[in-house]
Design a protein around this ligand. Structure first.
Ligand code: CA
Length: 508
């Protein structure tokens, strides 16, 4: 009798073990991942409000009434919208950070990559990483590729110049590359112009879309069709997919997308601004179309989508006292102000279902607003987590997994800090900015003069109207100490004068 009981016990244990293993295996279906990256889309380039009032409630501003992004609104309703999301202030640094999880001060692709030459600019660091990542670099697509993902790049790449490894996404871990190379903007948005091959800027002609040449199709639509095709092919191959959907829109040149033109003719805005709004609406349609396609294939519950911009807005709007494209935020793309580096970020499962294993592993609170800081550096660790992928210990990352924040919680363990190091020339030149909790400091190296400091309390002054550098020297020193430590710990390269690095100088 005793023996029988023990036997029964072992049988039961074995039964539970087998069933739990079986269900685990079934649940191990790796999630599909879509990064939906919009070139130069800033925080205000949407009808969805991303800014909050003093009580933390989302608040509409005039630009939200100008743009039309209904699909983005739907996505926000089924996922988590971030109000304090940072990217680097120009393209190539942000794009390299998405692939590596590293701050640009560490990976050293600190300026946008010029396809034809070293874009160091006059006082830039000699050794900046102007050729970008290599065939050996640890990258997110390469890690996913090794785990059996079909890794797909579609659209603008801009990871490296002509004749570099990074020119071709296939060298960075992508199985498929459609339309990506060294260029940072399309020669033309029109199929009738061959996207630059027939008419427009031939040096910036978009590669690999020959089948649309001469046809009446907008670039955003052609890339969307290609994305749908690539997703279907991954499904047919029985593989999970990672899609880096990197639209050329809404970057200049500001072509008007005829499908949406009528919506803006009575806006009272300039022709360029109206064209820009059509580019935004085209992006929104693309988002809706890709979501519908994923659902139609029955993959919605197991597909995670991250929507974001790669730097602040470059909308062609008049500048008044430093406010324009991102108003009420100050500045725009390539500036040191918030308008230069705040971008929209929304994460959602394409079809929310709390009982599916991937969504149990990474729950995303629907219709939630996350106000804690997050950044482009967090994408790498978040996606490694959800896809169960490990990276070599030698690969230092600067981001934090967004697991808790996506589920509407505060992550007490992360730092609330964003460093944007820009030792080159652009709209704002030779600066390092650092946001930490409520404060922001900007250090201007000024190679031809004395350094200059700006200090803002973002909690009380979110639109950076009052520079407190002269009146709060104590806080200025606190922030400068952190800024210097951050740059050192990331082995940053500084602007150079007379061949010597210009280390930041503490204020008196
Ligand atoms: Ca960009």
């Amino acid at each position: 009798m005793r023996l029988n009981k023990a036997f029964l016990f072992y049988v039961l244990i074995a039964f539970f073990y087998v069933t739990s293993c079986t269900s685990q295996n079934k649940d191990k279906t790796a999630p599909n991942i879509i990064i939906f990256l919009v070139d130069d889309m800033g925080l205000m380039d949407t009808s969805v409000p991303f800014l909050t009032d003093a009580n933390g409630t989302l608040k509409k501003h005039p630009l939200n009434d100008f743009y039309r992004t209904p699909n983005l609104k739907k996505l926000a309703n089924q996922g988590s919208l971030f109000t304090n999301f940072y990217a680097h202030s120009v393209c190539s640094p942000s794009r390299t950070s998405i692939l590596t999880g590293q701050n640009s001060a560490r990976h050293r692709v600190t300026n946008w990559v010029h396809p034809e030459w070293n874009n160091r600019t006059k006082f830039g660091p000699t050794d900046w990483n102007w050729k970008g990542l290599t065939k050996e670099s640890v990258t997110l697509p390469r890690l996913l590729q090794r785990e059996g993902y079909k890794t797909i790049h579609i659209g603008k790449a801009h990871f490296g110049p002509l004749h570099s490894n990074a020119e071709n996404p296939l060298n960075l871990g992508f199985d498929v590359n459609i339309a990506g190379n060294a260029i940072g903007q399309p020669g033309s948005y029109l199929g009738t112009e061959g996207f630059g091959h027939i008419k427009g800027d031939k040096k910036r002609a978009v590669p690999s879309l020959e089948k649309y040449h001469g046809k009446d199709i907008f670039l955003t639509e052609a890339l969307t069709l290609e994305a749908k095709l690539a997703i279907s092919q991954a499904k047919e191959a029985g593989k999970p997919f990672f899609l880096n959907m990197a639209h050329y829109a809404v970057h200049a040149p500001f072509y008007s997308d005829p499908r949406f033109k009528e919506h803006y003719v009575n806006s009272g805005k300039s022709k360029n601004a109206q064209a820009y709004a059509t580019l935004i609406e085209g992006i929104d349609k693309s988002l809706g179309d890709i979501i519908q396609h994923v659902k139609k294939l029955g993959l919605g519950e197991n597909t995670l989508l991250l929507f974001l911009g790669d730097n602040g807005s470059d909308a062609p709007l008049p500048i008044e006292n430093g406010y324009s494209s991102s108003s009420p935020l100050k500045g725009k793309k390539a500036n040191h102000w918030e308008g230069g580096m705040r971008t929209p970020f929304i994460a959602a499962w394409v079809t929310p279902n709390k009982t599916v294993s991937s969504q149990i592993k990474l729950p995303i609170a629907q219709q939630s607003t996350q106000q804690q800081l997050a950044s482009i550096l967090d994408i790498f660790p978040t996606l490694c987590d959800v896809a169960n992928v490990t990276y070599p210990k030698s690969h230092v990352i600067d981001g934090f997994s967004l697991n808790r924040q996506l589920n509407n919680q505060k992550n007490e363990e992360r730092n609330e800090l964003f460093l944007n190091h820009f030792p080159h020339e652009h709209r704002s030149s030779y600066f390092t900015s650092l946001v930490k909790a409520n404060w922001k400091i900007i250090y201007h190296y000024q190679p031809q003069g004395l350094p200059r400091y700006e200090l803002f309390n973002l909690k009380e002054d979110p639109y950076e109207a009052s520079n407190l550098a002269d009146t709060n020297s104590e806080q200025l020193k606190v922030m400068m100490t952190v800024l210097i430590d951050e740059l050192k710990s990331k082995k940053a390269l500084y602007p150079e004068k007379d061949k010597l690095p210009m280390q930041p100088i503490m204020p008196n």
